[in-house]
Ligand binder design. Structure first.
Ligand SMILES: [Mn+2]
Length: 261
């Protein structure tokens, strides 16, 4: 099947270097979408987790190579560092080969909407003011993703159909309780409105979203640890949230995460 041509691809929270990273799914996604712009919106390489132990696979190498090749072949690749790859923030304004590093970026869509691109951790009160709590939560999340892999294997063995995400479940329970996502989205949307822009594309909270709130587009790329989601801008400027599950990795592909209670 020929790759689909789109104007832009937005990805965040790939977390290369961790066990949870769904590099195989991402490779198959990248194969299907050819774009003019590739925006990597933070937490692409997880330096925090790599301090605890590196989990670097051949597939993760392939992801890096694919991105570099795309940049070499004229695709405009922009990397906006997140909190897990904040070491790269020192290089804001510089370029690595053909990859530009920026703290944020304003992207104009084909239909003229101006979108603020950033990772988003600056809007997360937990990572901003309680770094130790964020690191702790991060280790917990790691364990959760691992338990989830085991659980879906068990469900497959028992021939229970449908993808059920433990990490997704826990996130919904825990974070909803503290209104974490709501506060985050709210703060981001407020800033976008104050800056007179049409919308935002961010990441960080691992919760994919594409919605319009009082004239402001709030878009979140989600992640490639649990949900395997990306945002694409079509040639006419139309924006789409893609939920990707590699057919080989899971026949459960068709069940969108959010539809599962
Ligand atoms: Mn982050």
């Amino acid at each position: 099947m020929a790759a689909m041509k789109v104007r832009s691809v937005f990805l965040s929270d790939i977390h290369l270097g961790t066990r949870g990273c769904q590099a195989d799914s991402l490779i198959s996604f990248l194969r299907e979408y050819e774009s003019e712009h590739l925006f990597l919106l933070g937490d692409i390489v997880d330096f925090w987790a790599m301090k605890r132990g590196i989990h670097w696979t051949a597939a993760q190498n392939t992801v890096v190579q694919k991105v570099l090749r795309r940049a070499r072949h004229g695709e405009r690749v922009t990397l906006i560092p997140g909190n897990h790859d904040e070491a790269l923030r020192e290089y804001v304004g510089a370029s690595f080969g053909d990859i530009r590093v920026a703290a944020e970026h304003i992207h104009e869509t084909a239909d003229g909407r101006r979108l603020l691109l950033l990772h988003g951790d600056e809007f997360d009160q937990v990572t901003r003011h309680h770094r130790w709590l964020a690191v702790l939560g991060d280790i917990g999340y790691d364990l959760l993703v691992r338990a989830n892999a085991w659980l879906s294997w068990a469900r497959r063995s028992l021939r229970i159909s449908g993808y059920w995400s433990l990490a997704g479940y826990a996130k919904r329970r825990v974070k909803r309780a503290v209104n974490f996502i709501f506060d985050f989205e709210d703060a981001v949307i407020r800033t976008v409105r104050e800056r007179g822009l049409d919308g935002v594309v961010c990441g960080h909270i691992h919760s994919a979203c594409l919605r319009e709130t009082a004239g402001v587009l709030y878009i979140n790329c989600g992640d490639w640890v649990d949900s395997c989601t990306a945002i694409v801008e079509h040639l006419d400027g139309r924006l789409e949230l893609v939920e990707w599950r590699h057919a080989g990795a899971a026949a459960m592909a068709v069940v969108p995460l959010r539809a599962v209670a």
